[in-house]
Design a protein around this ligand. Structure first.
Ligand SMILES: O=C(O)C1=C[C@@H](OP(=O)(O)O)[C@@H](O)[C@H](O)C1
Ligand SMILES: C=C(OP(=O)(O)O)C(=O)O
Length: 427
């Protein structure tokens, strides 16, 4: 596919719904008692896989095209699926479902696509096994396909997390809601807290003290009405586009502003971006972002900041190619076990376009500012790499061809329409 390029972006877009919160809204709706009504559900492949998975586990879900109504069955009301559940490309779906199914006495086989088959699952298998669940990969491996057989008498654990991962934390919390007694999780670094927030929103009790989370189980949650805010991880592509394309002013409405997710805003401000945040909505944790073409300087991104912008690192790497000086990203080894090895793929694809970027063991080193030129690039089936490359193409001197653009529908089905809407002058 030939990508668009331009020398001006102008206009506004409504940011699509948050993927992490969408997954969780259906999961919490399913394991609660009573009805959950979800507005602004993200109709992207990953989230549709979560919806389908819960239907296959016996949860009544009705979609009127606007609102999704989930009739909660409680953990004990889930029923055995007729066949293996295919969660496609979605790591969140597989890992969180393992936590939910840790207390179900029937057996479930979870399968996914070729990319998911390479993603590490030991990080969830290990704590869930300690709690009493049985989870097996084929040939004793940690990789999907996985078979999970739960245990109706799960035991609570005290668990110090070896990785900063919201998915691992969430899987343990779903199991903890079913276990008798106190579970304590000690986070390595603070990661996105949507699961903790939703436990409270659905009427549960959870105690958080910095990196220590404690929860007494078992708990029965109650269905809620939820409106999903926009996804900062999707907005990120246009935040960067607005900053690096000359003559630009882009307004992004309904951007989720959960503090555990807004690392990219801190980084862009630090780099000198003309970024303004207005119309803050405290209830919905969202705001409007206005970004203008910016003259940028390099920065260092590491440590506790990494989990707050983990999915934004490929697009931040592109931003750094347009900043004066050397940007260093470190402590980001988790990027190697996403949909692709995002350290290597980001460096490799941007190098093809003339960027001065090098992969390191745990991150990237980017020397700016370099002009980008045309090339044949590939998403490698990774939605975030595909979107990053379209934004790179906007400032490319000549034409860029993208292989596997269809991957973008995993999190942002209307991405190319939104790009088109903002492009004022095609080159
Ligand atoms: O919990 C979530 O919704 C997510 C957590 C992160 O993964 P890890 O928990 O593996 O860091 C993130 O990369 C992913 O896109 C979504
Ligand atoms: C890593 C991602 O998602 P998941 O882990 O759910 O596949 C992502 O969306 O960038």
């Amino acid at each position: 596919m030939r990508l668009l390029s331009t020398d001006a972006l102008q206009g506004s877009i409504d940011v699509p719904a948050d993927k992490s919160i969408t997954h969780r809204s259906v999961m919490f709706g399913a394991i609660a008692k009573g009805q959950t009504k979800i507005k602004n559900f993200l109709r992207a492949q990953d989230c549709l896989n979560t919806l389908q998975a819960l239907k296959e586990l016996g949860v009544p879900i009705y979609d009127d095209g606007n609102t999704i109504t989930v009739t909660g069955v409680g953990f004990s009301g889930l029923t055995s699926a007729r066949q293996a559940i295919n969660v496609g490309n979605s790591g969140t779906t597989m890992r969180l479902l393992l936590g939910i199914l840790a207390g179900a006495t029937f057996e479930t086989k979870l399968i996914g696509d070729a990319s998911l088959n390479k993603r590490p699952m030991q990080r969830v298998i290990s704590p869930l096994k300690q709690m009493g669940a049985t989870i097996m990969g084929e040939n004793q491996q940690e990789f999907p396909p996985l078979i999970v057989k739960g245990n109706s008498h799960l035991t609570p654990i005290k668990y110090t997390m070896p990785v900063a991962s919201a998915q691992v934390k969430s899987a343990i919390l779903f199991a903890a809601l079913q276990a008798e007694g106190q579970t304590k999780i000690i986070e390595k670094e603070l990661s996105r807290n949507h699961t903790e927030e939703m436990i409270a929103q659905f009427g549960g009790k959870i105690h958080i003290d910095g990196k220590i989370i404690s929860l007494y189980g078992p708990q029965i949650l109650e269905g809620q009405d939820i409106t999903i805010p926009g996804d900062i991880s999707s907005a990120a592509f246009f935040l960067v586009a607005g900053a690096i394309v000359p003559n630009s002013e882009v307004i992004l409405r309904n951007v989720g502003m959960n503090p555990t997710r807004i690392g990219i805003i801190d980084v862009m401000k630090q780099m000198g971006a003309h970024l303004q945040i207005t119309d803050k909505d405290q209830v919905n944790q969202s705001a409007t972002c206005i970004i203008k073409s910016s003259s940028l300087k390099a920065t260092i991104i590491k440590g506790a900041l990494i989990p707050r912008l983990i999915d934004e690192l490929p697009i931040i790497a592109l931003l750094a190619t347009q900043a004066q000086g050397t940007t260093i990203i470190k402590d980001a080894q988790e990027l190697k076990v996403k949909e692709t090895n995002r350290i290597d793929v980001t460096a490799w694809q941007l190098q093809k376009m003339g960027a001065n970027i090098k992969a390191t063991e745990d991150g990237l080193v980017i020397h700016g500012k370099t002009p980008l030129h045309g090339a044949k690039v590939s998403s490698h089936g990774d939605h975030r790499i595909g979107m990053m490359l379209q934004i790179a193409a906007l400032i490319s001197e000549d034409s860029v061809e993208l292989e596997k653009p269809e991957a973008i529908a995993i999190s942002y089905p209307n991405f190319f329409q939104d790009v088109k809407q903002l492009v004022k002058r095609r080159r």
